[in-house]
Design a protein around this ligand. Structure first.
Ligand code: PLP
Length: 456
């Protein structure tokens, strides 16, 4: 079968990447070492990056709206971060000991996020959420975890249960099913997970009450990330807060992505305090990182000084290199910087929305602040079911838009997530908006032929 003409164009655009993808598929299953960064027919291979620009191995310059899945708050190679890392690496990268950098980065975060009184660093967001759940289980003596339908908390089974609400398998909206996303999930994990529909306060209240005696934690992203940057409503987070308190359940905010929205995190914007917060991405200044922090009485469960502490090891947790990069990045990310990139995000959303309107293609850009996601529907999206339905309706068109935007010099996640960084200015955002106009123009005749329902 011949390839789609827009995929052929992508191949013509990126011959060196194609060659390296071929070579990579010998040593990596599927040609890649990270499923989330993979897309068909093959991902562009990058050579270098600086500020908000990437250079691929075919020599194209691309505006980077992906920022390693939102983790590069300052884009690439911010001078203060480079200097801090260079100075630290010359002094050693990891000591298996407490260091000044660790204490300072912890102090910065404790100062900025009201609900975090104590913190522990981990090597990834995955480990951060895992340790939060272990802490909650130890604190409550209960086993079950409530997570949101469509919520993502890292690379382990419980963090991915019901990641996608597949029609016909998802169950009723009042009590969604616990579904595996691949063949690796043990039944025990599915049995230990209670799935809550996102942004449904009344259903959430009923579910928490029904499982009150067995729930250790409720874990929620204030903005549902992998389902397309869907902000929680204040009423929903408030319902979770109230019911968690009433049932003695630990409320965990996964702010691995959303911490960027304000120096005090999304929780500052909502004015709702969780018991534990998971962090990652931007607090590592571009190096691998994660963290769990929160109420002192809960965090004290990790203390080796107590009897039977929650075990938290991990060779690279709090390594000196990450701490140096993180400290430089966080010190350079003040309220003014957060406001500026949130406003750039608004500009990107508005520009993309104009591009959809003018193209006559049904679609819009949603999200909040510096977090933007394009959806092929003109309906506002409230939860993961609506978002997934829109993805199914768009079918292969979303992937084609991603490839076409790459050819027009703009990099995003293949699921059409874009985020702004402090390395960007209005001109960069406007360049991306122009690329969207051009890409939708190129896509329109194909949509008319292949998915006419997407035309307004
Ligand atoms: N939590 C959320 C909300 C995430 O988006 C991610 C990663 O994208 C994680 C946790 C896991 O973080 P990491 O990839 O650093 O393990």
């Amino acid at each position: 079968m011949s390839e789609h003409p827009l995929v052929e164009k992508y191949r013509e655009f990126s011959p060196r990447s194609a060659e390296l993808a071929e070579r990579a598929s010998d040593v990596f299953p599927g040609g890649d070492t990270r499923s989330s960064a993979h897309y068909s027919p093959y991902p562009l291979v990058m050579d270098e990056a600086s500020g908000c620009r990437l250079r691929d191995v075919d020599g194209h310059e691309l505006l980077d709206f992906m920022n390693n899945f939102t983790s590069l708050i300052h884009g690439h190679a911010r001078p203060e971060v480079v200097d801090a890392v260079q100075a630290q690496v010359a002094k050693g990268s990891a000591y298996a000991a407490t260091s000044l950098g660790q204490i300072e980065l912890a102090e910065r975060i404790v100062d900025r996020v009201d609900s975090i009184e104590q913190i522990r660093f981990t090597s990834s967001g995955t480990e951060g959420t895992l340790m939060a759940l272990r802490c909650a289980r130890a604190a409550t003596g209960r086993q079950k975890i409530m997570k949101m339908e469509g919520g993502y908390h890292g690379s382990y089974e419980l963090a991915e249960v019901s990641l996608v609400p597949i029609p016909g398998q998802a169950g009723g909206i009042d009590a969604p099913a616990s579904n595996a996303i691949d063949a690796s999930f043990p039944d025990s994990v599915l049995g230990d997970t209670v799935i809550c529909p996102f942004n449904e306060p009344e259903h959430a209240r009923n579910l928490i009450r029904a499982h009150a005696d067995e729930l250790a934690a409720i874990i929620v992203e204030p903005v549902l990330g992998s389902m397309g940057m869907l902000p929680a409503t204040p009423a929903f987070l408030q319902a979770l807060r109230e019911e968690a308190t009433a049932a003695g359940v630990v409320l965990v905010f996964d702010e691995v992505i959303t911490y960027r929205l304000a120096t005090g995190g999304a929780q500052e914007r909502y004015g709702i305090a969780p018991d534990l917060t998971c962090l990652g991405k931007i607090i590592g200044g571009g190096l691998p990182v994660g963290a769990v922090g929160g109420k002192r009485e809960l965090m004290q469960l990790f203390s080796p000084a107590r009897e039977n502490p929650v075990m938290h090891a991990s060779t690279f947790s709090g390594n000196a290199l990450t701490m140096a990069a993180g400290l430089a990045a966080i010190d350079a990310y003040d309220e003014a910087a957060a406001d500026r990139i949130n406003t750039l995000g608004d500009r990107l959303r508005e520009g993309f929305n104009q591009a959809f309107l003018q193209s006559g293609i049904r679609g819009h850009a949603g999200g909040v602040g510096s977090l933007v996601n394009v959806h092929f529907t003109d309906k506002a999206l409230n939860d993961s079911r609506q978002s997934f339905d829109a993805m199914l309706e768009a079918g292969h068109i979303a992937g084609l838009l991603h490839l076409t935007m790459l050819r027009h010099g703009v990099s995003s996640a293949s699921r059409l997530m874009y985020c702004t960084s402090t390395a960007m200015g209005e001109a960069d955002v406007d360049q991306a908006i122009t690329a969207m106009h051009e890409s939708l123009g190129e896509l329109r005749p194909h949509i008319a032929e292949e998915r006419p329902a997407l035309l307004a």
